[in-house]
Design a protein around this ligand. Structure first.
Ligand code: ASP
Ligand code: MG
Length: 405
């Protein structure tokens, strides 16, 4: 009979020094001794990825993306090798593997690759030999036989992808917080830990700035129905379970999130005729820039404006390509503002309850916070506001919806 298999992922702070590395090893050893097969996915130690990025930019302010990935993957290799040694010191059979040794196939976009397929033979073989398998998070290989990386925070996605490919019983994400909160506890003092949350809610929260999980990891977990558990690597508290259905806690809204990594771009005086939006967003897409909120004004005198938001860290690429093409787009002007933030409320409960958006707007009005843009989905309301108002807005919303109760 097949043993139960658990994938456990530990973030950078969980492996930042010797003491913590051993704590992780002990924690995995407990499941192993309990009879489970254990696959461990690790991030780079501490802030190592940031250090490597700084090193790269010191040599070349615009490092070739291939070379940058080549550099970044070293961070995770250090972690897994040291963890392999820690297991050995504890007398537990283990083997560390990088993306090539696993055969973690991804798309070819450096810096933002997606997992396509994982060959599981090597891992299965090691597990059958009763070894703990320690895998580098964040990295993959592409069809050119180059290393790729999955985007910042991508180790979560590595873990879920492995859990799906290996049909794990669950995927545990160990981090430096106790679980998923109703809001970032550093900003909202009254934030409360959630016991359970749906994939849909978590996906929105992760995408909208709740830093706790890489959003693609949630997408994958949902697709393959892998229970995801977010918990602390520093204590034994229960954490938050992310799954399809939750025993609804009777809440309209499960959380509020903010994302300051946002830039608003307005393209002014575009021709008001078919194909304009296509031409504009085709350009943006070719620059590999993700567009989020989009707003188009009513046409007037044959022209219209289109306003949209993008991640602030892609602003330079996006603005450059738009400036180059302003004439071809027949636009008059660009207006760019990165002192803005997105604040969102998320809740599966709002699907069947009217008035949730109005309540959020009312509370922002009471706090004298101006709304620049609005977008909604079935389970989410997002507003774009001035960045300086972010903390105030989050606290006001958290109070208004009674999320601390
Ligand atoms: N080490 C990578 C990063 O810092 C990946 C991860 O931690 O998930 O983004
Ligand atoms: Mg992370």
């Amino acid at each position: 009979m097949r043993r139960r298999l658990i994938v456990k992922k530990f973030g950078g702070t969980s492996v930042q020094d010797k003491e913590r590395i051993f704590r992780v090893a002990e924690r995995c050893a407990a499941d192993y001794r309990d009879g489970a097969d254990v696959v461990v996915v690790l991030s780079a130690m501490g802030k190592q990825t940031d250090v490597l990025i700084d090193m790269a930019h010191d040599i070349n302010p615009h490092p070739p993306k291939r070379e940058l990935d080549m550099l970044l993957v070293t961070g995770e290799q250090i972690s897994v090798a040291l963890m392999g040694m820690a297991f050995s010191a504890l007398g537990i059979p283990a083997v560390s593997l990088n993306a090539f040794q696993v055969a973690m196939h991804t798309t070819s976009v450096y810096g933002n690759a997606r997992v396509k397929r994982i060959d599981t033979e090597r891992i299965q073989h090691e597990l059958e030999n009763r070894k703990i398998v320690v895998v580098t998070g964040f990295q993959g290989m592409n069809k050119y036989d180059d290393f790729t990386t999955l985007g910042r925070g991508g180790s979560d996605t590595t873990a879920v992808a492995l859990a799906a490919a290996l049909r794990a019983e669950k995927c545990e994400i160990f981090t430096d917080v106790d679980g998923v909160y109703t809001a970032d506890p550093r900003i909202v003092k009254k934030a409360r830990k959630l016991k359970e949350i749906t994939y849909g809610e978590m996906l929105d929260l992760a995408t909208l700035g709740a830093g706790v999980l890489h959003n693609r990891s949630v997408e994958l977990a949902k697709k393959y129905n892998i229970p995801l558990i977010v918990r602390s690597s520093l204590n034994d508290s229960e954490g938050t379970t992310i799954k399809e259905d939750t025993r609804v806690e009777g809440m309209l809204v499960s959380g509020v999130a903010a994302d300051k990594n946002t830039t608003r771009i307005s393209v002014i005086g575009l021709e008001d005729r078919p194909g304009t939006a296509f031409k504009l967003f085709d350009l943006v897409a070719k620059a590999h820039v993700n567009v989020d909120m989009i707003l188009q004004s009513i046409g007037r005198d044959g022209t219209k404006d289109i306003t949209f938001t993008i991640p602030e860290d892609t602003e330079d690429e996006c603005v450059a390509i738009l400036k180059e093409n302003l004439k071809r787009l027949r636009a008059h002007d660009l207006d760019v503002n990165h002192d803005v933030a997105k604040v969102s409320i998320v809740g599966a409960g709002m699907m069947s309850a009217p008035g949730v958006a109005a309540k959020m707007f009312e509370c922002l009005y009471n706090a004298d916070i101006n709304i620049n843009m609005i977008s909604t989905s079935e389970i989410r309301v997002t507003v774009l506001i001035d960045e300086k108002d972010t903390e105030r807005a989050m606290n006001a919303i958290h109070d208004a919806f009674g999320l601390d109760e």
